[in-house]
Design a protein around this ligand. Structure first.
Ligand code: FAD
Length: 469
């Protein structure tokens, strides 16, 4: 049976694009952080939507599960197969054409395997901006971004990937092609099918192409690092900047002093903008469609007010693109510095922005009571209510040994998240990693509706089984 399926698949995509050799398929089986390696019958590399549809139909006939895969940068074990060896991995990376750019409609139509950075570059070449931006943009694909509803650094102004998508082309779990590639901003014709596939992590169908929104490219961007007394002061600064700078505020990232200490220790060549340590920092970005003078005027006036009102302790405004990149590198190197320090217990959580200061106080205290000396690495997209609240061991405890506390620490943090009206996954998704946590925290009503959708669209359960539900 399995051999017959492989023969069918070879006939669909060509023998060169059905990988079965252990050495060849190995890179597709391990997750980005190297925490889990699964097994698969084969890795398939189709070239177009018709081939994807034929593959799904063949796998449906044979009852063989499919794991869609983009750039494999996902952080919740969504794009790697389980250990059973039953599934095939469906890599979308050869579906990488930009099909069309419509500047007047401010849209572009792209295939799912396009690398995010290539989409940004194509938009820029057309004089436009595709605003989705994240540290994995050189490797992740738009199909993966859509399937995880990725966030990134510009959500405050432009929204998550969901808000950046107008239409989808999807191969359903029945192997049919749904052409929903409509570049419409208004379309009230019944259920919003597009929304089901966005954020579904490949459990409902395979996204093969999308219509994305474009924006006018800003004339200037300005970056500043602001020193702050506490997360409450960061919240006050956010409110002040939103009131004074409006839609020009495109980024607002929070970082605790410990984050920058880690970065300074592991990456000593990166800039140290302040001569002394402050308790917290906000990385702020303004983008202006008028001019750099416009952005500078707005930011300097707003920061002047923040310093005068005691909201901010100190501020550094980047004087050049180089300096701005240096400030962003501090933020982007926090996960790398953490990885260099050793393993830690990660949380990608979402909260109402207004409740973040109280959440941090509450969760820090609860963790210290249970695990004295543990070190929260608190940073994230404060403007979106999204914290990466990662817990490193006390100085005298080894990183590996500390991981034994993962379940207990997850419980403390996620209970606190629930108490403050938040979500246990802000932007990374559920995958296989957080599946049990989802079952613990979602209400039975929500879980029932999710299961009903899954059963309706994928009755045989061939699409990425074991992920989310
Ligand atoms: C250094 C680094 C920084 C990151 N920063 C951010 C960040 O700021 N914000 C953020 O949100 N995420 C971030 N991530 C997580 C990750 O980059 C995103 O989740 C990204 O969107 C995944 O894209 P991918 O192509 O690598 O998808 P994969 O990892 O290949 O897949 C992710 C999920 O989508 C499914 N999938 C992939 N393609 C398709 C398709 N065409 N159709 C159906 N299902 C599909 C997979 O089955 C899997 O469940 C980061 C990751 C890294 C490594």
């Amino acid at each position: 049976m399995a051999d017959a399926l492989l023969e069918t698949l070879r006939a669909i995509v060509g023998p060169a694009h059905v990988l079965v050799d252990e050495g060849e398929i190995a890179p597709f089986l391990t997750d980005w952080r190297g925490r889990f390696t699964g097994r698969a019958r084969a890795v398939l590399l189709p070239l177009d939507t018709a081939q994807v549809a034929a593959i799904v139909a063949a796998c449906l006939d044979a009852h063989v599960p499919i794991v869609p895969q983009g750039g494999r940068t996902g952080l919740v074990l969504g794009s790697v197969p389980d250990a059973s060896g039953n599934a095939i991995v469906l890599s979308l990376r050869r579906l990488n054409r930009i099909r069309a750019i419509d500047v007047a409609n401010r849209t572009m139509t792209v295939e799912a395997g396009c690398i995010l950075a290539a989409i940004q570059a194509a938009a820029a070449q057309a004089g436009m901006l595709f605003p989705l931006s994240l540290a994995a943009e050189g490797s992740c694909t738009i199909g993966g971004n859509l399937s995880t509803n990725a966030g990134g650094t510009a959500v405050l102004r432009y929204g998550n990937t969901r808000e950046l998508c107008l239409g989808l082309e999807v191969v359903t779990a029945q192997g049919q092609v749904w052409d929903g590639l409509r570049g419409l901003r208004k379309d009230n014709t019944g259920y919003a099918l597009r929304e089901l596939f966005i954020g579904a992590e490949g459990t409902l169908g395979v996204i093969t192409a999308a219509v994305l929104k474009l924006y006018p490219a800003p004339q200037a961007a300005l970056t500043a690092l602001v020193a702050l007394e506490s997360p409450r002061h960061a919240l006050a600064l956010l409110g002040l900047l939103q009131a004074r700078c409006g839609a020009t505020l495109t980024g607002f990232e929070l970082m605790s002093a410990f984050c920058l200490q880690l970065v300074a220790h592991h990456f000593p060549d990166l800039p140290r903008p302040f001569s002394r340590t402050h308790p917290h920092y906000a990385l702020v970005e303004l983008s202006s469609n008028e001019s750099s003078q416009h952005a500078q005027g707005l930011l300097e006036t707003a920061l002047g007010a923040a310093l005068e009102d005691g909201v901010a302790l100190d501020a550094v405004v980047a004087a050049s693109v180089q300096q701005a990149l240096g400030l962003w590198r501090l933020r982007e190197h926090i996960p790398l510095a953490q990885a260099a320090a050793g393993k830690n217990i990660k949380h990608d959580i979402s909260l109402p922005v207004s409740r973040i200061p109280d959440f941090i106080l509450h969760a820090d205290a609860a963790l210290q009571a249970a695990f004295p000396g543990c070190q929260p690495v608190t940073f994230g997209h404060l403007g979106d209510g999204n914290l990466h609240y990662n817990i490193a061991p006390p100085v005298d405890v080894g990183h590996e040994a500390f991981l034994a506390n993962q379940a207990a620490i997850n419980r403390i943090v996620h209970d606190a998240v629930t108490l403050f009206g938040g979500s246990i996954s802000a932007e990374h998704g559920i995958g296989a990693l957080k599946r049990d946590e989802l079952a613990h925290y979602k209400s039975p009503v929500e879980l029932d509706m999710m299961r009903a959708i899954k059963a309706a669209l994928d009755p045989l359960g061939i699409m990425n089984p074991g992920k989310i539900l």
